[in-house]
Design a binder for this molecule. Structure first.
Ligand SMILES: [Zn+2]
Length: 72
């Protein structure tokens, strides 16, 4: 047997949220002091089958690859 084409997704350990809950967290973060709440957006995690929030701005694939080639 050859290696599986795709590894099964794994939980990443972040807090699991429903989509609406995650969006609510981001909305609250936008309304409150940015010193305390940094969440900027939500994303779906296949590993957890749930939504997470993140403070990192969205990166396109091209931007991501550029970062990998030349880390700051
Ligand atoms: Zn996850």
């Amino acid at each position: 047997m050859s290696r599986r084409r795709t590894d099964p997704p794994r939980p990443c350990g972040k807090k699991k949220l429903g989509e609406l809950k995650a969006q609510g967290v981001v909305d609250a973060a936008r309304r409150s002091s940015r010193e305390h709440r940094q969440e900027q957006r939500v994303y779906y995690c296949r590993g957890c089958d749930a939504w997470h929030t993140t403070s990192k701005p969205y990166l396109t694939v091209a931007q991501y690859r550029a970062q990998q080639r030349s880390p700051p």
